[in-house]
Ligand binder design. Structure first.
Ligand SMILES: C[S@@+](CC[C@H](N)C(=O)[O-])C[C@H]1O[C@@H](n2cnc3c(N)ncnc32)[C@H](O)[C@@H]1O
Length: 202
C-alpha cells in the first residue's frame, strides 16, 4: 500500500456543512475532496493500493482522522460532492480512538498527525514530507512501493507539524520548482511512482 496524508487545518469536524458549499461552510473541504479523487481514481477504475488519510483540524471537535481505503472503497464517484458526501456520512458517526467504518472503505477515528506518524514509524514505513524546496523526487532512486507522503493544504504545513513529520521522515521531497495545489501534487507523485515501477519491470 501507498499512503497519502493531507492536513486539513480548517476542515470541519462535524457533519453540519452543505455539500453545495464545501470551500466555505466545510472549511476548505473541497481541497481534501480533490485529493481523494487524485489519489484514488484512474480513467476507468480505482487505485486499490492506496490509503488516503485526512487529518481534520477544524471546529467544532478537532482532531479526527478519516481514512479512505482504495482496497475496500465503494460508492465513490469522481466529483467533489461524492467524496464530500462520504466525508459527511463519516462525520455523522461518533469518533472514538478506534476506527469505525461509516461506508465501505471509509473509516473515522479520533486522532491527529502525531498518532498517525507514530503508527507509520512503528510499521517501519518510509515517510516523505512534500515541500517545494525539498530534494527532487526524480533524484530518489529507492522510492519504496509502500511509501507514505505527507502534504499540507492551502495553509501549507506549520512548523510544529513539520517537527512531528520530520521525526520519522526519510526525507523532504519536491516535485518541481513551483508551488502546486495539493491534489495536483498527488497526481504528479503517483505518475512518478507509476513510471518508476514500470521502469523496474522493463
Ligand atoms: C498549496 S500548497 C501550500 C501553499 C501554502 N500557501 C504554503 O505556503 O505552504 C499545498 C501543499 O502541496 C505541497 N506542495 C506544493 N507544491 C509542491 C512542490 N513543488 N513540491 C512538493 N510539494 C509541494 C506541499 O506539501 C504544500 O504544503
Amino acid at each position: 500500500m501507498k499512503d497519502f496524508v493531507i492536513i486539513g487545518h480548517k476542515a470541519l469536524t462535524a457533519a453540519d456543512f452543505s455539500l453545495n458549499d464545501l470551500p466555505g461552510s466545510a472549511g476548505r473541504m473541497d481541497i481534501l475532496c480533490r485529493c481523494i479523487n487524485s489519489a484514488l481514481f484512474l480513467s476507468y477504475g480505482m487505485r486499490r493500493d492506496i490509503n488516503v488519510h485526512l487529518v481534520l483540524l477544524g471546529e467544532p471537535d478537532p482532531s479526527k482522522i478519516l481514512r479512505f481505503s482504495g482496497e475496500e472503497l465503494r460508492y465513490l464517484n469522481p466529483d467533489e460532492r461524492s467524496s464530500g458526501s462520504l466525508i459527511k456520512k463519516a462525520l455523522e458517526k461518533d469518533a472514538t480512538d478506534f476506527e469505525t467504518r461509516s461506508t465501505p472503505g471509509v473509516w473515522i477515528r479520533r486522532g491527529g498527525l502525531e498518532e498517525l506518524m507514530q503508527e507509520f514509524v512503528e510499521d517501519s514505513r518510509k515517510i516523505y514530507y512534500l515541500r517545494e524546496d525539498g530534494e527532487d523526487i526524480r533524484n530518489v532512486t529507492d522510492l519504496a512501493a509502500d511509501a507514505v507522503f505527507v502534504l499540507g493544504d492551502h495553509m501549507g504545513v506549520t512548523e510544529e507539524e513539520e517537527g512531528i513529520v520530520n521525526k520519522g521522515s526519510s526525507g523532504t521531497l519536491s516535485i518541481g520548482p513551483l508551488s502546486l495545489h495539493s491534489d495536483h501534487c498527488i497526481t504528479i507523485i503517483l505518475n512518478e511512482l507509476d513510471r518508476f515501477e514500470q521502469s523496474k519491470k522493463n
